[in-house]
Design a protein around this ligand. Structure first.
Ligand code: B12
Ligand code: SF4
Length: 458
């Protein structure tokens, strides 16, 4: 059985943790499997299916001749990926009989949309390790795969096409999962230096899945909702690995790749103070290398911060989002006051951390004055790095539904205007409180913060 993972690379690092998790799981449970990775840059997938780039992708696929082609899809990339799937199906149908499977956040939250693409055969909702393994096994055995938990399967006959919708799979026990497969990326020509997303560098790692908070713009809240609705208690979806398991993987990466530092890609790393305490003790003893992670400002107390710093944490990601505290609470469901945020940033600075602040602009009902408040607040708390982004409503979130209800976006013609690399900076809400031109001019203001000594994502 030959499975090809398409690695869609855009403005992030070339490493994709979903592919790494799935490939690691398949290789552990089915050592005979042949896995392949094809790196595709978003901007290569243009409107022209005869372009040189598209032809190269298609001939690479023919050369690999996979039984399954697997796509991991984030909402902003669906437009490009769906175009590529059409090219694959139309240009190569005579040569390729691969089953096309899409999983990830977008297919999980918008399965109807993804399965309705004529080229998609199977959609995976939720965690994909076990469903994908089962699919591989059934295809290999020539058996039906319409009853696998986690999969929506298209079943076509001469008369009709039916969609079989299976429920979500049980959340995995994270300590029992194999390590992420980094080899598949290295074999495809990506060097470990391209794995990391920060200036500090380091090997991507995860110490858990899910986040206990419920911010209104974040897909974590939608995932918790669908897992609860499906009979799994939302809280069971939020899991932390044991400290021993995380440390063992760090040790493995040090031994195998001489890893010098780590980036924890968890949505929220420091949630449980007891876990953090134990992690910091063992990490200091056994690993003792720099790392970065995310923390909520409410959790950034003196003791936790000092522990993290002493264990080697060099940079902390903290969400600020906006400068107006009542907007933050009412619209974003983030109840922390400006004072709590400011204190966390000061505390972290005094200890010696670099502090990375996430903010957004162009939110629903935001006014120009509110954006000015965000800028003023950044000048007050003085993060070392400002990660600003334009608000794009993510399907399944409270704020997405709010935007549809208010008419700020039209659900039926909602297409992510994401067109390749660095331009994820296009306002899309049509709203009375702030015009698109005003939002664009604020983008320049955020960029210009670098003249005031901040490091800013451009
Ligand atoms: C680390 C991270 C980043 C990093 C690295 C991204 C990367 N290259 O992988 C950076 C900072 C670069 C980043 C950027 C962005 N990110 Co981000 N990111 C994350 C974060 C916190 C962790 C990702 C991770 O490691 N997951 C662990 C893996 C193992 O889990 P998984 O992806 O869910 O995969 C499982 C299942 O979904 C399923 N599955 C996934 N793919 C497939 C495929 C098949 C075939 C099958 C069968 C199953 C399957 O099986 C997997 C194993 O169980 C997530 C939140 C999250 N927990 O996922 C947000 C998240 C994925 N990011 C998000 C967004 C919006 C972005 C940006 C668009 C933000 C922006 N404004 O620019 C950019 C996009 C850039 C890019 N190229 O991807 C959203 C996506 C929402 C959506 N609807 O798609 C998320 C969910 C955040 C959120 N809570 O809203 N991100
Ligand atoms: S704290 Fe972060 S990861 Fe958790 S729900 Fe809020 S935005 Fe999402």
């Amino acid at each position: 059985m030959r499975i090809l993972f398409m690695n869609h690379i855009s403005n992030g690092p070339a490493f994709n943790s979903a592919v790494a998790a799935l490939s690691g799981f398949l290789k552990k449970h089915k050592p005979s499997i042949n896995t392949f990775l094809l790196n595709v840059r978003g901007e290569q997938i243009g409107k022209d299916d005869n372009s040189e780039a598209v032809s190269t992708i298609l001939s690479d696929i023919k050369r690999i001749s996979p039984d399954i082609i697997a796509f991991s899809v984030h909402t902003p990339h669906w437009e490009q990926i769906s175009t590529l799937i059409s090219y694959i199906k139309s240009a190569t149908s005579d040569l390729i009989h691969a089953t096309i499977v899409c999983g990830g956040y977008h297919p999980t939250l918008c399965p109807e949309e993804v399965i309705s693409h004529s080229g998609v055969d199977v959609v995976c909702i939720g965690e994909g390790e076990r469903p994908l393994l089962e699919l591989v096994q059934r295809l290999e055995d020539g058996k039906s795969y319409t009853d696998i938990k986690g999969l929506w399967v298209k079943k076509s006959s001469l008369l009709e096409t039916k969609i079989i919708k299976n429920p979500l799979p049980e959340p995995e026990n994270l300590d029992e999962l194999p390590y992420w497969d980094r080899e598949i990326f290295i074999e495809s020509g990506i060097v470990p230096e391209q794995f990391s997303l920060t200036h500090i560098g380091g090997f991507p790692m995860a110490s858990g899945r899910g986040c206990p908070y419920n911010c209104n713009f974040c897909n974590n809240s939608s995932i918790l909702k669908i897992y609860s609705a499906d009979g799994h208690k939302g809280k069971h979806y939020v899991r932390k690995r044991s400290v021993d398991s995380v440390i063992a993987e760090c040790q493995f990466l040090v031994e195998k790749y001489s890893a010098q530092s780590f980036e924890f890609w968890d949505e929220m790393f420091a949630t449980d103070p007891e876990w953090v305490k134990k992690f910091c003790e063992v990490y200091t003893q056994k690993i003792n290398r720099p790392f970065i992670c995310a923390i909520r400002v409410e959790r950034a107390d003196e003791i936790t911060l000092q522990r993290l710093y002493d264990a080697g944490c060099k940079c902390l990601f903290m969400g600020v989002e906006v400068g107006n505290a009542s907007y933050r609470k009412k619209y974003l469901n983030r109840g922390m006051s400006n004072e709590v945020i400011a204190k966390a940033f000061k505390r972290a600075k005094d200890i010696g951390f670099e502090r990375f602040a996430w903010v957004m602009v162009g939110l629903p009902d935001e006014t120009p004055e509110m954006v000015e408040e965000t800028i003023a607040f950044l000048l007050e708390i003085k993060p070392d790095i400002i990660g600003w982004s334009l608000f794009h409503p993510l399907p399944g979130t409270y704020l997405y539904n709010y935007c549809v209800e208010k008419g700020y976006i039209k659900e039926e013609d909602f297409v992510f205007p994401y067109q390749g690399a660095p331009t994820y900076k296009v306002p899309i809400l049509n709203q009375p409180s702030i015009s698109k031109d005003e939002v664009i001019s604020f983008c320049d203001k955020f960029r210009n913060l670098q003249d005031k000594g901040f490091r800013v994502n451009i």
